[in-house]
Design a protein around this ligand. Structure first.
Ligand code: C2E
Ligand code: CA
Ligand code: CA
Length: 787
C-alpha cells in the first residue's frame, strides 16, 4: 500500500470508543445526580412525617387537657365531647399524612390502636361523669386513663426521635452525594479535556511524522520497498525509480514514483551472481528477525553494491509485506579497499609492503607445510643506492626504485610476491620451491634483470645489488627466523661482493656484529673516535722522509684500537665511506698544515675507496678542504687501488683527471695484486706506483716475487713514475729493493704507522743516512704503537 494513503485514513474505532465514553460518563453522572436528589427528597419527607407526628402528639395532649377539664368539672361534658371528637379527627388526619412520608406502618397501627384504646377509656370516664358516678370516673382515670396516656406519650416520643434521626441521616447522605457528584464532574471534565489534548497532540505528531517520513523517503538515496516473498514490489520509494528507471524516465518526481504503474521486479536488477542469495534473504526474513547482506544491483548508471536488510512486516496492517531497506555502499567499499590497499602496499612503487609480505609469507609457509614443498625468500638490497640519491637527488632515486621494482616483478612468476621493504630493499617470496638451488637461480635471474642500464630522465644509471637467499625447512621454519637469516645472507653477499649469498649458519654472529658496528661507526664519525696514524715513506737515495701515509684507526670506547680492515668494508657497504674519507682528508690536511707551519713541509698520502671515485662531488670536496686548510695541492697525495679504478675505469679516469687538475698527486696502491696490465694505467694521470706489500714481503724468500718487483720497478720507471715498495719488513728486503733501483720504501722495518706526535718524536730522533748504506739507523720499531 502506498505510504500516501495512510494520510487520509480516519481512525474509525476511535470514534466509537469516544462515544461510548461520553455516554457512560453521562449515565454515571445522571445516576449519581438522581440518587442525590432522591436522597434529598426522602430527607424532606422524613421531616414532614415528623411534623405530622408532632401535630398528632399535640392533639393527643389536647385530648388529655379536655379529659382533665371534664374530670375537674371545669368544662361542660357536651363541649368536651365535641372538642374531643374534633381533636381525634385531626389526630387521625396527621397520622394518615405521616405514613406515606416515612412513618413505619407498624408504628402507625400501634399508635392508632393505643389512641383508640385511650379514646374508649376517656369516653367511658365522660359517660361515668355524665352519670354522676364521679368516684368511678376518678378511679378509671387513675387506673386506666393516665397509664394509657403515658403509654401513648412514650411511644410517640421514641417514634418522633427515630424519624428525626432518619431525616438528619438522609440529609447528610444527600449532602455527600452532592459533593461526590461535583467532584466526579470535575474529574470527568478534566479527563475529557486531557484526552482531547492528547488526541490533538497525537494527530499533529502523526501528521508531522508522516510528512517527515515522506520527505525522507523522497529525498533519501536509500531504497525502500515493500515486497512479497517473490521479490515483487508494490511499494517503492522514488530512489528505486531513480535507480531502475530507463534513462529517459529519470526525471520522475516523487509523487509519480509513489504510484507504481506496474510492479517492479527488483530481483531482476540484482546481479545474477547474487540473485540466489538475495532470494534466500527474502525467504528467510521473519517477523522480529531481519535478514541482511550485501548485494550488487544494476541500475541505469551501472552496478552498485547495496547493504540490504529485509524485515517481515506482513502482520502489520499498514504495511502488509516485507520491507526492504537498501543503502548504497559502493563508495564506502571502494574507499575501504583503497585504504586496505594503501595499508598493504608501498606508496612509491605500488608493490606489496612489509606487512603484506609477512602475511603472504605466513600463508605460504602453512601451504608449503601441507603440500610438502618449501618457500624461498630473497632479500635484495641495492649497492651504493645512496650515491644515486646524493648525486642525482631523491626524485631520480624514486624513479629508479620504481623502474627497478618493475624489472624485478617482470623477472618473477605470477605466484611469487615481490615486496618493497623500504629504502632500497626488496624481498621476494617464492612459493613451491624444492631445493635451495631453485631459489638461488631466481636470485641470479633478478640480478641479471638489473644489469642493463636504467634511463631516468636522460640520465643513464647502472645498478648493482646483493641478494641474500633462504629456504624454509633448511634455514628456519617461521617467517621471523627466515627474514632474519635472509638479512644476514644479504649482508654477507654485500661484504663478500658476491651478488648472491645463500644463508650459512656461520655468518650469523659476524653479520650481527657488523650491523651493530655500522651504527657505532656513524656515531664514531660524529664523536671524533677516528684517529690518523702516520707511516713514513722514506727515500732510498737520501733516507729522508719524503712523505707520510695517513692510515685511519678507530679508537673504539669498548673494543680498543680497531684497524681499517675491521671497519672500512663496513663503511663501504653502508654509505659511510664518503663521510669517512672526508673526515680523514680533513684531519690529514690539518696535520699537513701543522707540519707546514712547523717549517717541515711533508707530503701526506690519503687512501681512497672506489666509491669516492664515483662520488661526482669528490674533487670539489678535495678542493674545498685544501683551501680551508691552506695546504698546497702538491702536498696531498691520493692513493687509489687498481681494483678501485677497474670497477668503472671511465668514471675513475674522469675523477682522477679532475683531481690531478687541482694539482693533487695520484698514487696507484697495491699494484700487482689486481693483475691489471700497466698499459691500462698509462692513460691515467698518475705519478706514483706502490708495489703491493705481498710481493715485497715474499721477495727475499721467493725469487719469482723478486722478479715481479724488479720488472714493475723497470716498467714504472719507463712510464716516468715514482716507485714505492711497501711492506718492507726486513733489512734484507730493503737492500734488495735498493739493488732494484726502487725510489721509496715504506714498512715496519723503517717505521710502523704511529700517531702524529710519536711520528714527530721519531723524526727528531733519527740520523739521516742513505738507506742503501748498511749503517742506516734502524727505525724505532719496538717503540712504535702501530701495527
Ligand atoms: P694500504 O693502503 O695498503 O696501507 C698499508 C697497510 O700496510 C697498512 O695497514 C699498514 O699498517 C700496513 N703495513 C705497513 N708496513 C707494513 C709492513 O712492513 N708489513 C705489513 N705486514 N704491513 C705493513 P692498515 O693501516 O691496517 O691499513 C690497511 C688498509 O686499510 C690500507 O692498506 C688501506 O687500503 C686501508 N686504509 C687505511 N686507512 C684508510 C683510509 O683512511 N681510507 C681508506 N679508504 N682506506 C684506508
Ligand atoms: Ca695505501
Ligand atoms: Ca698498499
Amino acid at each position: 500500500m502506498p505510504v500516501g494513503e495512510t494520510r487520509n485514513r480516519l481512525p474509525r474505532h476511535h470514534v466509537g470508543k469516544k462515544l461510548l465514553t461520553v455516554l457512560l460518563t453521562l449515565l454515571f453522572f445522571g445516576l449519581s445526580m438522581a440518587i442525590t436528589l432522591n436522597l434529598k427528597h426522602v430527607g424532606e419527607d422524613r421531616a414532614r412525617a415528623q411534623n405530622h407526628l408532632q401535630s398528632f402528639i399535640t392533639e393527643v395532649t389536647v385530648q388529655e387537657g379536655f379529659e382533665y377539664q371534664a374530670i375537674g368539672g371545669r368544662s361542660p361534658l357536651q363541649e368536651v365531647r365535641e372538642e374531643l371528637a374534633a381533636s381525634r379527627r385531626r389526630a387521625g388526619d396527621h397520622l394518615a399524612e405521616a405514613v406515606p412520608r416515612g412513618l413505619p406502618a407498624g408504628v402507625a397501627d400501634q399508635l392508632a390502636e393505643l389512641t383508640n384504646r385511650y379514646s374508649r377509656i376517656v369516653d367511658e370516664e365522660v359517660r361515668l361523669l355524665s352519670l354522676g358516678q364521679n368516684e368511678a370516673a376518678m378511679e378509671l382515670d387513675e387506673t386506666q386513663v393516665d397509664p394509657t396516656f403515658d403509654e401513648v406519650s412514650t411511644l410517640l416520643a421514641s417514634t418522633s426521635a427515630q424519624l428525626e434521626i432518619q431525616a438528619r441521616n438522609t440529609q447528610s447522605l444527600s449532602d455527600v452525594g452532592v459533593l461526590l457528584t461535583m467532584l466526579l464532574s470535575l474529574i470527568v471534565v478534566s479527563v475529557v479535556q486531557s484526552r482531547r489534548r492528547r488526541e490533538e497532540v497525537r494527530n499533529q505528531t502523526e501528521r508531522e511524522g508522516e510528512a517527515r517520513y515522506r520527505t525522507l523517503i523522497d529525498q533519501s538515496s536509500d531504497l525502500v520497498m515493500v515486497l512479497d516473498r517473490t521479490g515483487r514490489a508494490d511499494f517503492a520509494s522514488p530512489s528505486v525509480e531513480r535507480l531502475l528507471a530507463p534513462v529517459d524516465q529519470g526525471h520522475l518526481d516523487a509523487v509519480e514514483a509513489f504510484a507504481i504503474p506496474s510492479p517492479i521486479d527488483f530481483v531482476a536488477a540484482v546481479d545474477p551472481l547474487d540473485r540466489a542469495r538475495f532470494s534466500t534473504a527474502l525467504q528467510t526474513a521473519a517477523p522480529g528477525s531481519a535478514s541482511s547482506g550485501e548485494f550488487r544491483v544494476t541500475g541505469r548508471h551501472g552496478t552498485s553494491t547495496f547493504q540490504v536488510s529485509v524485515q517481515d512486516l506482513t502482520a502489520e496492517p499498514s504495511v502488509g509485506g516485507l520491507v526492504l531497506n537498501a543503502h548504497d555502499v559502493t563508495e564506502r567499499l571502494a574507499l575501504q579497499s583503497e585504504m586496505e590497499h594503501r595499508a598493504l602496499h608501498d606508496a612509491l612503487t605500488g608493490l606489496p609492503n612489509r606487512a603484506l609480505l609477512a602475511d603472504r609469507f605466513d600463508q605460504a609457509l602453512r601451504g608449503a607445510e601441507r603440500a610438502g614443498t618449501r618457500v624461498g625468500l630473497l632479500l635484495l638490497d641495492l649497492d651504493r643506492f645512496k650515491e644515486v640519491n646524493d648525486t642525482f637527488g631523491h626524485h631520480h632515486g624514486d624513479l629508479l626504485l620504481c623502474q627497478i621494482g618493475l624489472r624485478l616483478a617482470g623477472a618473477l612468476r605470477g605466484v611469487d610476491t615481490i615486496a618493497r621493504l623500504g629504502g632500497d630493499e626488496f624481498a621476494v617470496l617464492l612459493r613451491d620451491v624444492h631445493r635451495l638451488e631453485d631459489a638461488t637461480k631466481v636470485a641470479t635471474a633478478l640480478l641479471a634483470a638489473l644489469t642493463s642500464p636504467f634511463h631516468i630522465e636522460g640520465v643513464e644509471m647502472d645498478v648493482e645489488a646483493s641478494v641474500g637467499v633462504v629456504i624454509s625447512g633448511e634455514h628456519g621454519h617461521d617467517a621471523i627466523t627466515l627474514m632474519q637469516r635472509a638479512d644476514v645472507a644479504m649482508y654477507a653477499a654485500k661484504a663478500q661482493h658476491v651478488g648472491v649469498f645463500a644463508y650459512e649458519p656461520g655468518v650469523d654472529g659476524h653479520s650481527a656484529t657488523k650491523l651493530a658496528m655500522a651504527g657505532e661507526l656513524r656515531r664514531a664519525l660524529e664523536g671524533n673516535e677516528l684517529v690518523l696514524y702516520y707511516q713514513p715513506k722514506v727515500s732510498m737515495d737520501t733516507a729522508e722522509v719524503v712523505g707520510v701515509e695517513a692510515l685511519v684507526r678507530w679508537q673504539h670506547p669498548e673494543r680498543g684500537l680497531l684497524f681499517p680492515d675491521d671497519f672500512i668494508p663496513l663503511a663501504e657497504n653502508t654509505g659511510l665511506i664518503n663521510p669517512l674519507t672526508a673526515y680523514v682528508l680533513d684531519a690529514a690536511l690539518a696535520r699537513a698544515r701543522a707540519w707546514l707551519d712547523a717549517g717541515r713541509p711533508l707530503q701526506v698520502a690519503v687512501n681512497l675507496s672506489a666509491r669516492n671515485l664515483h662520488d661526482e662531488r669528490f674533487a670539489e670536496l678535495v678542493a674545498r678542504l685544501l683551501a680551508a686548510h691552506g695546504v698546497p695541492a702538491a702536498l696531498l697525495q691520493l692513493e687509489v687501488t687498481e681494483s678501485a679504478i677497474m670497477i668503472d675505469p671511465v668514471r675513475a679516469r674522469a675523477m682522477l683527471g679532475q683531481l690531478s687538475a687541482l694539482g693533487v698527486r695520484i698514487s696507484i696502491d697495491d699494484f700487482g695484486a689486481g693483475y691489471t696490465s700497466l698499459g691500462q694505467l698509462t692513460t691515467m694521470p698518475i705519478s706514483e706506483l706502490k708495489i703491493d706489500r705481498s710481493f715485497v714481503m715474499m721477495m727475499t724468500q721467493d725469487p719469482s716475487n723478486a722478479l715481479i718487483v724488479s720488472s714493475v720497478v723497470d716498467l714504472g720507471h719507463n712510464l716516468g713514475l715514482t716507485l714505492v715498495a711497501e711492506g718492507v719488513e726486513t733489512e734484507e728486503a730493503l737492500t734488495a729493493l735498493a739493488g732494484m733501483d726502487c725510489d721509496v720504501a715504506q714498512g715496519y722495518h723503517l717505521c710502523r704507522p704511529i700517531p702524529a706526535e710519536a711520528f714527530d718524536i721519531w723524526c727528531a730522533g733519527r740520523t739521516i743516512t742513505p738507506m742503501t748504506s748498511r749503517e742506516h739507523p734502524s727505525a724505532p720499531v719496538g717503540s712504535s704503537p702501530g701495527g
